[in-house]
Design a protein. Sequence first.
Lengths: 218, 209
Amino acid sequence: MIALLARDLRLATRAGGGFGLGVAFFLILSALVPFGIGPDRAALAPVAPGILWIGALLACLLSLDRIFALDHEDGSLDLLATAPLPLEGAVAVKALAHWITTGLPLILAAPIFGVLLQLPPAAMPWLVLSLLLGTPSLSMLGAFGAAITVGLRRGGLLLSLLVLPLYIPTLIFGAEVTRRGAEGMAVQTPLVFLAGITLAVAALIPFAAAAALRINLR
Amino acid sequence: MTLLAVEDLAVSRGGMRAVEGVHFSLDAGQALILRGPNGVGKTTLLRTIAGLQPPVAGRITIPDDAVAYAAHADGLKPALTVAENLRFWARVFGGQGIAAALSAMDLQALAERPAAALSAGQKRRLGLARLLVTGRPLWVLDEPTVSLDAASVARFAGVIRDHLGQGGAALIATHIDLGLSEARVLDLTPFRARPGRTAQPSGFNEAFA
């Protein structure tokens, strides 16, 4: 499993691996929003938590189809399926690799982009914490979508349609944590819900995604 | 020791039965070459034996974790070097002997080259070297000699022979002569499924035949 994680991370950071693509997209989105609705603090600050979370979600979506599609094309997925490694473990590891290469840079960059969107300083720790708790579930759900669409040509669009609705609970509670943090309200309830969603997703999705992969490999 | 026993096996591709009633067994030290025209179901049969799809009928008996499968796609990452590709599969399968595998397929000189810079034949040789690092006894090979030159085919036949000598076994679908005189040959043509019969539910269809 560690071998698979190390390989996926190495592939992501080599030429053509797409590392940093998500952060660049997130940056452009955060820079565009003030142009769209004006740099006025009173207009930007209320929408900043939602925009930041939607930005993170879309940036995550960009690289989802790579989770399994490339391995399917070059035959690695067939070979992984016959390897001693359980397919559920392979799914979990590949989702983890996706989170490290996409989710983690987003979390680190988010406070900087928060400044672009006039997010109050008090909300910064909550933004980071909510992303830290929420983005693993984005990668996991994405791995499930990628497993369902793995054999399809141009599966990326279908993948987005399948996965985005599944992101709604994470988005609601993640943005709510940040919004409440900005207004100095208690954040415990949405935070607990967010963590609960991520834990449930991490526990169930590997089995669902591995079952989808097995069917797609037939 | 029997590494593979297949009894009355039927496999299907896209919901249609490909071959049915297939029956053979493979002991340690034996090789079996599958022949048959395009589309008869060689690849489907091999994928079923490798465990990538379930059989429609019949039984496959294999010891746990015995199969190393190699098909048309070699499972190589173009951004990784030859040695890195091989090391990854060795770690996944818990095998070893990367240096021996590289020299067996004459790849030492290319070890540090990215797989993207290999020719088709060299990629194939790397894909076949992967079999050696898996440490698994039963090789299931689908057209292993595609894009290999004559010298490489002879070299690979030698690798298979060594593998058989070490108590391994090989099931090979191929159209060319590998030069493995000791291998048995099974022609799949007589096992071709009768047309018009769908895979499932076969009992239902038989009732209306």
